[in-house]
Structures are given as structure tokens and as C-alpha cells.
Design a protein around this ligand. Sequence first.
Ligand SMILES: *Cc1c(COP(=O)(O)O)cnc(C)c1O
Length: 814
Amino acid sequence: MKNEIFKDTEQFKREYRRMVESEVGKGFDEADDHERFAALCKLVAFRARAIHVRNDNAIEAQRKKRVFYFSLEFLIGPLLENYLLNLGILDTVSEGLAEMGTSLEAVSSCEVDPGLGNGGLGRLAACFLDSMAHEGIAGYGNGMRYRYGLFRQVIKDGRQVEETDNWLAKGYPWEVRRPESAVPVTFGGEVVRHEEDGRYWFTLEGGETVNAVPYDIPVVGYGGNTVNKLRVWAAEPVEERFDLDAFNEGAYADASKFRTDVEAISTILYPNDAGEHGRILRLKQEYLFVAAGIGSIMRTFKREHTGADGTVDWAAFPEAVAIHTNDTHPAMCGAELLRVLVDEEGLDYDTAWGIVTRSISYTNHTVLPEALEKWPIDVFRRLLPRIYMWIEEIDRRYREDFMVEHGDRMDLLRDTAILWDGQVRMANLSIICSHSVNGVAKIHTDILEREVLKDFYELTPEKFNNKTNGISFRRFLGNANPSYSRLITDAIGDGWLDDASELKRLEAFSADPVFLDAMADSKRLNKERLARYVREQTGVELDCDSVFDVQVKRFHAYKRQLLNIFKVMDVYNRIVADPSYRPRPTSFIFSGKAAQSYTYAKEVIRLINSVADVVNNDPRANEMIKVAFIPNFSVGNAELIYPAAEISEQISTAGMEASGTSNMKLMANGAITLGTLDGANVEIAQLAGRENIEIFGLEVADVEGYKSRGDYFAWDEYNRDRDRLGRVVDELVDGTFARLSGDFSLIHDGLMHQNDADFVLKDFRPYVSAWEHLGEVYGDRRRWNRMALANTANSGFFSSDRTIREYAEDIWHV
Ligand SMILES: *Cc1c(COP(=O)(O)O)cnc(C)c1O
């Protein structure tokens, strides 16, 4: 790869010193680490924007299609090291900093995780940005700029405590505010009908207009040839309406109330997984980023497609623009585009509708029917009266066409109409406005077609397709695991950073003892690095000779962290009861946040910490097992955790995890999956080979069978296995783990009185046996390392570059 950014280390140091002086107003030696960090970002961003401007001009000149990826979340993580790698200047900068008496680590550790996403869905959007830039696609993220992230998780007495995530406290060096590109967005108001010469039209009168102000963050593609941008929107008052009278009377809060009310729209990121739907502020967020994004697209399109006579070539729109909607949060894109095209640009409905359905596409992320987003019509109509009318019109025409074509199938209409039972069904709106609907792993798409969206599938099978998720290998292997990356690059060259399928060539080393030993050394290094972090964060001392068994992800009942901690409780019980029992020494590592309002998930976190407290303070058990809960899971510490993992816990109830992506990141880093046949685990098993992964438990058909027959009984499972499973269940309420902050009756109730909806009891024994089998295999280190290598070598399919190429070809046509 050409390095055009800096000729050599000397040039870098010169420019960097100058940047520190101009940005910070101090000499380099006087600047602190954070100032040095901010200046380095500015220098990189400055260079990146120059490339972006060049790209932009080329796109305009070549009439290249643009892709807009609408997502309410982008979990981008720290950017500096990733951008240095992508620009090909990681070594230059690293050496330069060392020569200047500091280190890349000291500088880059100042970077915070932007609070712009929750978990998997937001991280996927971030990996897609990286891959669109790598693939040379003109792809732009469109999202929200939240003032505060979800929360910073701290653990007190075993409990999750939520603290404000003030990620912008020291400023964010990557972003540039673009007030000149602000878009006015109106909420509320009244729709007024006008008529003249038999023609009629509507306008929206009154209401409250706020300014959506964009902040642009550069997205640097690997190879350094393409730089795109992520545009996130913040709500601001259109004009300053400061109440001087109130202020002079001492009512300071009242004086700036207007500003505060408006800014509330972009103040906080909502959790995406815990019944937070229905909040009016959330609906405002959804409309704000949709309307602002569409407004911004329109401006660019009109600038580029207005002829000399002033007419706009609207027919070119679907060839120039693809609008992708990540989940249903941007579902209003279709209605908003219609509103602009008809109300503002004067197109007729049919032309406008053709543009909508040829431009928009939709990704579904869930198999839970109850998780599909819905809004009460009265709330919706009051907040967005004109958009609601457009949705009504889309729904009316959908029903009309339906009656003509499928009048005998009223059963299908009930499930596919947009407005039903006083609610706006956002998934149905998304599907009807889109030319493509995709799931995120093979098994997930199958379930959509067969169950969740079966009526739509029956009506329009051609819309449906699968796009198995992917991850950025550059970030999660290249940046996160330098020792393994070096080993891989020494063996097969660095082509894998550009094309992860090259990793397949590692198979040639599967019988090479020198390579396998080097792999083991690298894993050891990563375990020591994580152990240091765990000691700093929690005080727990991990034994680096033990197996690192890792489950890190959001806490959710279906992800079954409970099953995992039950296994730990069982192993502990056996250690206590039987002096001859010697399990494979293991460090059980957990991390993840639970939504603030999700009491059950928070109780599971408390249980894990309570078990950790008992196990870690039992000297005899400690010779074999330790439990660590790493607080505040985020992209930053994820990059320390994945490379150190040896067992990857992917144990969701079959049929519940749409895809998962941590399973892919862990596979790439040579961890062996211990999992159910769910989400992308199914494809991992196929690619790695069943001999290189440990599968256990109920399958989708089994779960569906129990659910439809209603013949699963938690008490039967309990009674059948009183000694081990029964014991663990009893320990939830008998004080065994109550020392920190009490017993766990809520969890006990969920299992024994609400009949264990997630089949934890059913899968318990098969799961523990599968784990024990992995422990035996681990005894043969050669074999284990071969399995680990097979996982890395076959993980290339899960590159988000591959996923994005499929979206580009099949959906966006770019
Ligand atoms: C990859 C990732 C996730 C998604 O994990 P799953 O196990 O697929 O749910 C969540 N959070 C962070 C920080 C990640 O990097």
C-alpha cells in the first residue's frame, strides 16, 4: 500500500508538532496526553478530509450512486488506531511518537467510546461504514448525535449502577459541526387543505420547528483511497428564544427552558431492548434524523440533478440514491420522502411512490414479534400530523391493491396492513416502502420467511433475501490483536487485511509446531494483557494458565448468561462437595450492560457478581476457578477481551439470536465456540467444521415444538436432576450467594413459577457436559491450537467487506 500521507517519520513529527502548537497553544513537551491525543486526531482528520473532498468531487463528476445508511445507532468505538492502520501510517506514527518521548498507547488511551450505540446493531452499522469505505462505495452513515450515551456501568455490592456517560466532556476531536447544512424539522401543527381549480393540496401550519444541526465524522477506508463520512444530527432551537424577563426576575431555568426542551430530543440514547418503545421523545428522535437525513439528501440531489432550465431530473433519483434503513427506527423514511416529493416538489403520487420503493431497503434484526416497534395512532398523529396522513395514504392504497389482487385472503391483510388496532406498525411500514427486506443470518432469514413475516413472504417472496452479518477484521483482529496479526502477516502476508478470505491460507500451518506454539504464545500475551486490565478494574487476579471462558454481550434473558453462571455454580458445588473432583482450571469472564429498566437482566448481573464474591474468596475453589465481571462493556475493552478468549460462549435459546457478531469476532481471534445452533453459530459450525466447535442443546425445531405443544415443564427438569440442577436452583433463594446484597427470588420465580421461558433448565445438563468436553480437549494443547487455527482460517467469510459487497450487488446496485 502506498503511503502518501507522510513521507517519513521526520515529516510526521514536524507536522504533528505544528498541529499541537496551533491546536493547544503549547509546545509538544508542555502538552498533556489528552491534548496530544486531540491534536493527533485533528492531524489525521485534516488529512482524511482532504481525501474526502477529492472523493466527493469524483462522485459528482462520475454520477456515482450514493448509499445512505440510516441507523439510530453507530457504535463506532475509538477511531485513532483504526484510522492509522487504514491510512497505512500506524508504524510511522508509532515510531514518531516513541522518538518524541511518548507512545501511541499513552496517546490513544485518551480516546473515549462515543455514546452513539447500544450493542450489536450499532456495532454492525459501524463495521458497515468501515467496509463501505474499504470497498470504495460512496456510503454515508446517517444517525443521531446523543449528548449522553446509554450510561457508564459501575458495580456496587454486586449491582449494576448507572452513571451518566458524559462522553463529550472533553470535546470530540473527530467531529466537525456544520451549522450551514442544518435542516429545519417540524413537530406538531395542523394540516390545512387548500383547493384551487379542482386541484387540492395540503400544508402544515404552526407546530414547533427545530433545527437539526449535523456533525460530520470522517470514515477512513483501509487503503486510504476512500474517506466517507458519518453524519449525526443534534436538535437545536431555530432561533434563540431566551426569556430575558424571566431571567431578570431570577427564574433562570425558565429563561432557557425553550432551548432545553428542544435539545432534549438529542440528549440521550435509549436502550434498544427493554420496552422503551412508546416514549414520545424516542419518536421525536426517529423523525428528526429521518427528516434531517432526507432533507440533506434532497439538497445534494437537486444540486447535482437540476438542468439549465431549472427542472429537476427526478427519474434519476433511484439511480443516484440508495436509502438503507437499519431496523424499523428509520421506518418513516418512506413517508417523509413522499411528503417532500409530493407536498414540496409537486410530483404526483405514483411517480413519488415509484421513487420511494425503488430507493428504500430494510434490514430486520429480530425474531421476537413482541419486539417489533409499534406506536399508538393518537400519539403519532398529534406529533406528526402530516406524516401520519401520508402513512394513512400508503396504508389505504396498500389495502386497495391488496383487495384487487388477494381479495380472498383477508387473513394476510390482518398481519400486513400498517394501521391496525389503533397502532402504527413500523415493521409493516418499512416492508411496504422497501424493495428489499433482509435478515442477518441464514437461520434468521428462514425464521422471518417461515414465521415472523410469513404473510409478507407469501405475498412478495422476491423482496426477501439474506445478508449474513460481518465484522471488521482490521479492527477486531488487526488493531485488537497485534501479536496474532504479526504472526499471521509473517505467515501469509498482509493481504488478509484487504481480503479476509486470505486467512484460509493459514490452514497450511495446521501441522506446523513452530507456528502453533507461536499462536499459543500470542494467546498467552493477550491473556496477560486482559488479566492486568481485570486486576485494575476489579481487583480479581486471574490465573493465565487457566482457560479463559468468555461471555461478553448485552444482558438479556434469551442470551442466557444465567445458564452460564448456573454452570459455574454447579462446578463450584462439586468442588466443595467432592475433594477428588478436579475440573479444568477456568476463568469465567463476563461483561455487558443491562437496560436500566430491565430488572430481570440486572438481577442476573447481581447473581454473577455474588457468585464471583463467594468463589473468588474460597481458597480451595480458587486453585481451579475464578469469576470476573468486567464493568462497562464497550468497544474499547471488547478489543482487550476478544483476543484473550479461548472459549466463546454463544448460548442463546435456539431461534432467538438473529445473528450475533461477537461469535464472529471471537472466532477470528481463535476462540472455540461453545454454542447452540442459533444465529450465525450455524454458519460458524459449517465453516469451521463440527470438529472445531462445540454445539449443544435444543434446536429451533425443538423449541418451536415445546412452545406449540405447551408440554415443557420446568418442575419436571428440576425434579429429574435434584442433585445438581435442583441444588443450583435452590441456591438462588437459600442464602448461599446472598452475602453481597441478598437472594434472587425474581430469577427463581421466572424459572419455577413462570416456567422458564428460555429453557435454561432444559439445556443445563447438555451445556455443562459440552463445557466439560471442551475442558478435556484443552488438555491436548496441540489439538486445541489446531482447532483455534481452523477457526481463524475459516472466519474470513464473516468479514463485513463480504457482507457489504452482497448489499452493494443485490440491494443497492452500486
Ligand atoms: C460485537 C459487539 C456486540 C455484539 O455482541 P453479540 O454477542 O453479538 O450480541 C456488543 N457490544 C460490543 C461493544 C461489541 O463490540
